[in-house]
Design a protein around this ligand. Sequence first.
Ligand code: FAD
Length: 408
Amino acid sequence: MTYDFAVLGGGIVGLSTAMALGQRFPTARIVVIEKENRWAAHQTGHNSGVIHSGVYYRPGSFKARFCREGNRSMVEFCRANDIPHEICGKVIVATEPTELSLLETLYERGVENGVEVHRMGPDEVAEVEPHVRCLKGIRVPSTGIVDFAAVARAYARIVEENGGELRLSSEVVSLRADSRSHQIETTAGTFEARFLINCTGLHSDRIARMAGVDPGARIVPFRGEYYELRPERRHLVRTLIYPVPNPDFPFLGVHFTKMIDGSVHAGPNAVPGLMREGYLKSDFSFRDSLETIMYPGFWRLARRHHAEGRREIRRSFSKAAFVRSLQRLIPEITADDVVPTHAGVRAQALLPDGKLVDDFLLVPGARSMHVCNAPSPAATASIEIGIAVADSLPDQPNLRKVTGRMML
Ligand SMILES: Cc1cc2nc3c(=O)[nH]c(=O)nc-3n(C[C@H](O)[C@H](O)[C@H](O)COP(=O)(O)OP(=O)(O)OC[C@H]3O[C@@H](n4cnc5c(N)ncnc54)[C@H](O)[C@@H]3O)c2cc1C
């Protein structure tokens, strides 16, 4: 059988795209092809679980728009589908005088992005987070927490209920195309589809190239490690506590996150990964490492930002350095209060000139679309990204298209 759409990758972006396609094209035959034996096995299942609000992002960017709208649609989806979540809000705090102007810029950016933000003095911060010491803060009430893997599983259920097919344990190993369709060879057989959508996260650049499309960037994995507060010290954190981010690297800067299961995580840091799906410090892939070190963009990035890079690597190997970063937010935290827990690996697209691709990146090909950069807040924004991908596809001559806002 020939599918109308094959979505490669069963993370939150692939599954939301399949869900949106099913609503836009109700008669379409859709298949989602995932290499692991479960949904959300990689970035979607290894993150901070924060439903972001959209404060940080450049006004006018896809990230800013999709995150603000995605915050609302994610909360609406969780309510409609009984997925445990909590809108607990977060505080971003300046602990050094040099951070005060950055905090103010962040406040203004939040306002510009249409996000509710409130300035706070140190006493007001202490009312929300009594253990934090800071000079000033801002509160973002719409930030929430959820288990994004549970959200992704709910998307998969909806795709199936709407007639889509779900294939786990099917790794795409090669792609061929003729004038009519794509032949997708996987470890579980060959699929044929008229249109292909690549949502393979950490492997999206490779899959794009397999489809004959140059994504113009290379995925470089950045591992993010977390510590967890011991249960008897969880009371030190009530909601989410963030430092003022480095404007060049908004994803740097460890923060405290209350998770939806009640645990409290601290992290993540960001260190170059030696394996695209390597969650342990010792994980190593010759191919992945070689591709990174042979890429001129990586060395340009490393040269430009060697100080931040060295600091992140030190924090990865030294618990004391990690704890010192946490003490900037909560001075009474000690090394005995935290234990190492899971890690995640970010798929970050890097340009040949060494600049990180900041925004979400969709690269069109011949009867194909490639999601080549979907970093944080893509889990928050996943419903909006799925709709945007479905809407970016050309009309399909054999398929009826439903327009208008989609039902959650
Ligand atoms: C440490 C960390 C913290 C984060 N925190 C947050 C947060 O708090 N809030 C937020 O909104 N976002 C956060 N993010 C970002 C968010 O997790 C990602 O943006 C999002 O999960 C990306 O989803 P995805 O579907 O593109 O990728 P993935 O979830 O990685 O899914 C890609 C899928 O493609 C599959 N695949 C790959 N190659 C093949 C192949 N050859 N054949 C078949 N299948 C294949 C993989 O197995 C995988 O399941 C965080 C990310 C990290 C790493």
